[in-house]
Write a protein that binds this ligand. Structure first.
Ligand SMILES: *[C@@H]1O[C@H](CO)[C@@H](O)[C@H](O)[C@H]1NC(C)=O
Ligand SMILES: *[C@@H]1O[C@H](CO)[C@@H](O)[C@H](O)[C@H]1NC(C)=O
Ligand SMILES: *[C@@H]1O[C@H](CO)[C@@H](O)[C@H](O)[C@H]1NC(C)=O
Length: 375
């Protein structure tokens, strides 16, 4: 509370503080024009998910001296964010006051990419901070940030569109929070995002097809409330890891899956997916984890599963699969765990019941009935 009051006590924008940042803003005249408006601007007065006006930072009064104008912008963003926090049980943000934003706990500074003479806020890491609050529009002022890690907090509400100004974003992890609403399309505007972790939130609705056209390395979507079909664009995705588990996705696995050229791990478990497996999965020669458990897949297993030369974990349990479990699958060279329990298979090969290699775990319980085939 004390810090909030001291924040309100900040003086007006003085001519002196203008001089401080004049050198960074060739369009200083514009600021003067807006002067009457300037004196009144308070933090958190922007409409929720409203626009962050250009040069917004000059409309906020500060009396502190900053090493450079970009740190002043970061200060405004972080102070607005602190005001937007309802609970910080570990007192992580207790040193978030004053102009030395690089000393704030969880805030990381580095040389600016476009101007190495300048120190700027390049990352925020508040993993496991257990903070409750929301994302104010002002966070769009953190334009030098390339990394946001907020795993296991209690941030709620939506991811505001103003974050589109964070054009250097590389890693964005808001997993295990309380975000809601449709897929946060603002993440699609970041040109160089590689790692996107949205798991364990309450996002809902369909996935935008453009998501799979981003140059991502890892995409975590599991444990939300996503619905709809998985977009056909998945085949264009550059991800090596993608998780769809524990949502309400429906429909088939798109045939384009076979075009996922970097795929290593893919997890579809516990959705409402169904239909037959597309033959094209046989093109996923490098996949090491393939998990389609707890869906409603039907039909017999395509022989193409035996193309999974690098598969380590294969889980097809808890579906409505019929026919036989081909011997070739149980002899795959890298397989260490193969689960096909709780299906309607009527035949399995000795190679699956007593695998030749001792380091394979096979789980085959819960079939309707079983006939062992040894030929
Ligand atoms: C956080 O600060 C409050 C008030 O200063 C104090 O009562 C509490 O014990 C602190 N909690 C931790 C985890 O340090
Ligand atoms: C598998 O990985 C190798 C080596 O990285 C690569 O050359 C090949 O194109 C990959 N194949 C597929 C189908 O992803
Ligand atoms: C999948 O297997 C079928 C039958 O063995 C074969 O005709 C087809 O060409 C295979 N497709 C791919 C994509 O590997």
């Amino acid at each position: 509370m004390a810090s909030r009051q001291s924040f309100h006590a900040f003086g007006c924008l003085t001519f002196f503080s203008c001089i401080l940042f004049c050198s960074y803003t060739p369009t200083f005249a514009l600021i003067d024009v807006e002067r009457s408006y300037i004196a009144r601007r308070q933090l958190l007065t922007l409409r929720e998910n409203g626009e962050l006006p250009d040069r917004y930072e000059y409309t906020v009064k500060t009396t502190e001296k900053f090493e450079n104008e970009r740190l002043r912008r970061a200060f405004i963003a972080l102070q607005a964010w602190k005001k937007a926090m309802y609970s910080d049980p570990k007192n992580i943000t207790s040193n978030w006051f004053g102009p030395n934003v690089c000393d704030y706990k969880g805030v990381y500074c580095a040389r600016a990419i476009d101007d190495p003479k300048l120190k700027v806020v390049a990352g925020i890491d508040l993993n496991h901070a257990d903070i409750a609050g929301y994302f104010p529009v002002e966070l769009g002022l953190l334009t030098d940030v390339a990394l946001i890690h907020l795993n296991s907090n209690r941030f709620c509400g939506i991811i505001p569109d103003s974050l589109s100004k964070l054009t250097l974003m590389h890693e964005f992890d808001v997993s295990n929070n309380r975000f809601v609403g449709v897929f946060p399309r603002v993440v699609l505007s970041w040109p160089s995002v590689k790692y996107l972790d949205l798991r364990f939130n309450n996002f809902e609705g369909c996935l935008p097809p453009e998501l799979f056209e981003k140059d991502l390395d890892a995409l975590f979507l599991n444990d939300n409330r996503f619905t709809c079909n998985i977009p056909e664009t998945i085949g264009k995705s550059s991800v090596s890891v993608v998780t769809f588990a524990n949502n309400k996705f429906k429909g088939c696995i798109p045939r384009s899956i076979g075009k996922m050229s970097n795929l290593d791990e893919i997890i579809f478990s516990n959705n409402n997916l169904g239909g037959c497996f597309p033959q094209e999965i046989g093109l996923l020669h490098n996949v090491t984890i393939f998990d389609v458990s707890k869906n409603s897949f039907m039909g017999s297993l395509p022989a193409n599963f035996s193309c999974f030369k690098k598969v380590d974990v294969l889980d097809i349990s808890g579906n409505k699969l019929t026919g036989s479990v081909p011997e070739d699958i149980c002899k795959l060279p890298s397989l260490s765990s193969f689960k096909f329990s709780y299906n309607y298979f009527s035949e399995e090969h000795m190679a699956c019941i007593k695998p030749e290699r001792k380091n394979i775990v096979v789980d085959d319980v819960g079939q309707m009935y079983r006939r062992v085939s040894t030929f």
